[in-house]
Design a protein around this ligand. Structure first.
Ligand code: G6P
Length: 605
């Protein structure tokens, strides 16, 4: 989703801006642009194509300058068109880029139109550009501080003015913005990764901050206009993600990285102890009597899986809520609940807002399972566990999901231990199983050729059903999500016991039914559900395991995972579903890493 880069320097900054946009591309966007201060004027270049196209335009027009801003846009207000692409100008004096959503844009638009401003776009962003121009006092920093007081909603902005050539001003509220501190030059970005290779000295701006960037000055005021010092951190933003190696897509690379990602996430875990989640974890785990999990998308399905683990292993009640629902729902707060957010990016707007909502309701104990150590989510939570999946580029989450599961399993064990419900033998067994996961996943990845054969059949279908029971119901949900988001095949998941309450009506020989069928306590029940499908002519595609005792027969295709893996089986069983989605999408020729209409980091609600 939208990305920002800005710079004020004594050298041509176009390569820095373009490189920054390229590093933010993976988040998903549909147009991009750059604006520079050139010989006392504002100049810009915008594209509804890729950043590479923008780069060609910049080269062809020899656009260069020392002060400027750049943006990748993921359309919310107004279609992805050149005139809606950022940067937006006001009266050829103000240039501005924005991430987020301005909720009072209609009211401001009417006011600014009455003051004579002519709008060129349908965006909510253009109102901010005109507002800044309207309030301009000759001092951009001061003006932006006044302007943001009029905004309702979420924003991170970067703005510069024709009349102040060596200055870029930034502000944030509800959307992330960071400062990159250089020597005689300063930068702004929505993510430290955008500045990798330019500077590793990063300041994370806080809610309500406004920053004045000049060549030798980086001055920050807080929400009350008071000057504040924010810590400068050395951040080694990952740059390695750009290498595809032998893979065709990042998604494929990331699926195959899972043994390494899980190994790294569990590195150093030789025993279970609450302190894995932070120094205060023991006392907090002792006090809490329930867990409330908040997340979106794939992370939400990790949360659903964790509910089964935590309730069965630690005997602690768990509620799992979709963050965008929870944040607006009248719920009954329990101050003794541990609020757990799960997020790959640590930036998802709804999850952050749900966390704040939970705190505002009096729930002070917060923990996050997150893949980005420097993210807002980690900074806002009391406790954390950092998964070490590494940068995930593919929009469809894979290695982030399995590493989240590994961390959540540890959480179930740590809670059980604190509550006196984990014996030393059980601990030792679980640790052994966790440590063996990388090898077990590698064996599942070796099933790829069989899955490719299935994918060729799936590529010709328009619908698919996924079934699972118990611990594997969330895995069926995740499998259906993977298939729909990248292959555009309509896919739904059901707990298999629900089949006869509706979805069975959809089953014909045209409906492939994927069944997640490891040998667990519910396998015999699941087999009955499979019979119900067969009796209606449905084709079954079964992911069994070494112990499931399901034989292939007419209309029943079986791929057997090499090991039965007990409670950790969801971590193995999701892998063939990821591969099935990937190869089906490949066969259908879709843009696997950047599926239509979707973004990697959803920083607006
Ligand atoms: C987007 C991504 C998903 C991800 C979800 C939640 O929809 O495409 O892959 O699961 O956001 O993101 P988070 O970063 O909070 O895990």
């Amino acid at each position: 989703m939208c990305g920002i880069v800005g710079a004020v320097a004594q050298r041509n900054i176009t390569p820095i801006l373009v490189e920054g946009l390229k590093r933010l591309e993976y988040r998903g966007y549909d147009s991009c642009g750059v604006a520079l201060h050139v010989d006392g004027k504002l100049q810009r270049s915008r594209s509804t194509s890729r950043v590479a196209d923008l780069e060609t335009q910049i080269q062809q027009t020899a656009l260069s300058g020392f002060t400027g801003i750049a943006h990748t846009r993921w359309a919310t207000h107004g279609a992805p068109s050149s005139s809606n692409a950022h940067p937006h100008f006001s009266r050829d004096r103000i240039a501005l880029v924005h991430n987020g959503i301005i909720e009072n844009h209609e009211e401001l638009r009417a006011e600014l139109q009455a003051a004579g401003y002519v709008f060129e776009s349908q965006t909510d962003t253009e109102v901010i550009a005109h507002l800044v121009d309207h309030l301009y006092t000759g001092d951009l920093f001061e003006t932006v501080q006044q302007a943001v007081k009029r905004l309702t909603g979420a924003y991170a902005i970067a703005v510069f003015c024709r009349d102040e050539p060596h200055r870029v001003v930034g502000a944030r509220q509800g959307s992330p913005l960071i400062v990159g501190v250089g020597q005689g030059e300063n930068f702004l970005a929505s993510d430290a990764m955008a500045l990798a290779g330019t500077t590793d000295q990063i300041i994370y701006l806080e809610e309500g901050d406004v920053v004045d960037l000049q060549l030798q000055r980086c001055w920050i005021v807080d929400v009350n206009g008071k000057a504040v010092q924010r810590e400068v951190r050395t951040v080694h933003a990952h740059t390695g993600a750009a290498e595809l190696g032998p893979y065709r897509h990042y998604m494929q690379k990331e699926i195959f990285e899972q043994p390494r990602a899980i190994g790294d996430t569990l590195e150093g875990v030789t025993g279970i102890m609450p302190e894995l989640f932070g120094d205060k974890a023991f006392n907090i785990f002792k006090q809490i009597d329930s867990v409330l999990i908040l997340a979106c998308g794939t992370s939400y399905y990790a949360g659903l899986t964790a509910k089964y683990w935590i309730e069965s292993i630690a005997k602690v009640t768990v509620n799992v809520e979709i963050a965008s629902e929870y944040r607006y729902r009248d719920s009954v707060p329990n101050p003794n609940s541990l609020v757990v957010t799960i997020s790959q990016s640590g930036e998802t707007a709804d999850t952050l807002a749900a966390l704040k909502h939970a705190r505002a309701q009096g729930m002070q104990h917060t923990l996050t399972i997150c893949n980005v150590a420097t993210s807002a989510m980690v900074r806002e939570c009391e406790l954390s566990y950092i998964t070490r999946a590494g940068v995930e580029v593919g929009v469809a989450s894979t290695k982030a999901f399995t590493t989240q599961l590994a961390a959540l399993f540890l959480l179930a064990l740590a809670l059980a231990q604190t509550k006196g419900r984990l014996s030393d033998e059980q601990e030792a067994e679980h640790i052994k199983a966790l440590r063996h996961l990388p090898v077990a996943i590698s064996a599942v990845l070796a099933l790829e050729p069989q899955i490719i054969a299935w994918a060729e059949e799936f590529a010709r279908k328009e619908n698919a059903l996924f079934l699972g029971r118990g611990l594997h119901y969330p895995i069926a949900l995740e499998g259906a999500l993977k298939l729909k988001e990248i292959s555009y095949i309509h896919a739904e998941a059901y707990p298999a016991g629900e089949l006869k309450h509706g979805p069975l009506a959809l089953v014909t020989k045209e409906m492939p039914v994927v069944t997640v069928a490891p040998k667990d306590a519910l396998i015999e029940k699941l087999k009955s559900n499979m019979q119900e499908v067969r009796a209606r002519g449905g084709e079954l595609y079964v992911f069994a395991d070494a112990d499931s005792r399901i034989a292939p027969s007419e209309g029943v295709h079986v791929i057997r995972l090499p090991e039965h893996y007990g409670q950790l089986s969801p971590i193995l069983h999701v892998v063939p579903l990821q591969l099935l989605a990937y190869h089906t999408a490949l066969a259908r020729g879709t843009d696997v890493d950047k599926p239509r209409n979707l973004a990697k980091s959803v920083t607006v609600e």
